[in-house]
Design a protein around this ligand. Structure first.
Ligand code: SF4
Length: 328
């Protein structure tokens, strides 16, 4: 049965007191974390200054695992909405706040639960595997949730005779199909950031930086994946570059990741892969809605909060828990 998604009213969304320009935001965030027994979880795509105040930085899987094990009373989730929803699903009794409630995701918004439910209904007996970049309502419809770190491992455990539907990222689904020799049916969604990288400009960069390896996230188009030296999750990309003997890398994912890569390997060169257009569209506009000031305000006011109905929380938790169990 389909669970209806309805966000409850957002507490405290009224006008906030302005923040004094002289305020030391880093020091205030540290103070508030202690005062409120709060943790800040940040995705690798967040601005450097947000990553620097975070208690934990990671990819979607690591952040879900951190959210599942925290003992803090308050989780401030510096990422996008579906990630904070996942933290709330795993911590229904804790307060989960987000710096900006409008930080969405093109993959999540391109896969409305009503349409996914109608798609699933066309394939009786099929298993629905959903990438974690989807709404809680889509998670509630899913048999398994996966991340780019564990998708292949989890799909490989589903019998080959089973029809598998994969949503919402067709590039990640296609990558897993190729890797495992499977024929999952793919929802036609893409990430606005990863779909933007330019083959032509990357070839130009490779000419100017001979020896530089191309590292790509599996949300990228197949053209980029085929020319890559390594394809993996954000954590996989960081680990690969850290261990590699090469000294230069072209990185085809959101450039927020470069902060962690440069910290791990300050002697190496990291070049962000460019978009086709002359724009900054390789930066995720949703992730970039979060600012240090908004992190501070969310901890100070404990708003905006993620709230969900119990039935939705329970239904969405099952496939996430299955993923966490299978990822151990
Ligand atoms: S980078 Fe793409 S997949 Fe990640 S949050 Fe932004 S729009 Fe969504």
């Amino acid at each position: 049965m389909m669970t209806k998604a309805r966000s409850l009213p957002i507490a405290g969304r009224a006008a906030r007191e302005p923040v004094a320009s002289a305020l030391d935001l880093e020091a205030e965030i540290t103070r508030l974390k202690t005062e409120k027994n709060a943790v800040v979880l940040a995705h690798f795509y967040q601005d450097d200054e947000i990553q620097d105040v975070a208690d934990f930085i990671g990819d979607s899987l690591q952040l879900a695992q951190a959210a599942a094990t925290t003992t803090a009373d308050v989780i401030c989730f510096a990422g996008v909405h579906f990630m904070a929803e996942t933290a709330k699903i795993l911590n229904p009794d804790r307060i989960v706040v987000v710096p900006d409630m409008e930080a969405g995701c093109s993959l999540a918004s391109g896969a409305p639960a009503s349409k996914i439910a109608a798609w699933k209904a066309r394939f009786p007996g099929a298993v629905l595997v959903s990438y974690i970049n989807c709404s809680a309502a889509v998670k509630a419809l899913s048999d398994y949730i996966v991340t780019s770190s564990n998708a292949a491992k989890i799909v490989a455990q589903i019998p080959e005779s089973t029809t598998v539907l994969f949503a919402p990222d067709k590039n990640l689904g296609g990558f897993i199909n190729k890797k495992l020799g499977r024929a999952m049916k793919l929802w036609p969604g893409t990430c606005i950031v990863h779909d933007t990288f330019s083959e032509r400009k990357i070839l130009g960069l490779k000419e100017r930086h001979p020896g530089a390896l191309l590292l790509a996230h599996p949300e990228c188009d197949d053209v980029i994946l085929r020319m890559s030296d390594y394809v993996g999750s954000t954590t996989g990309i960081i680990d690969f570059a850290t261990k590699s003997e090469s000294h230069a890398f072209i990185v085809a994912t959101e450039p927020g990741i470069l902060h962690a890569m440069r910290k791990a390997s300050p002697e190496k060169e990291f070049i962000p892969a460019p978009p086709e257009a002359n724009c900054a569209c390789n930066e995720c506009p949703h992730m970039k809605k979060n600012t240090l000031e908004k992190v501070y305000l969310s901890l100070r006011d404990l708003t905006p909060r993620i709230e969900m109905e119990d039935a939705l929380l329970r239904a969405a938790r099952l496939p996430i828990q299955r993923m966490l169990d299978l990822s151990r």
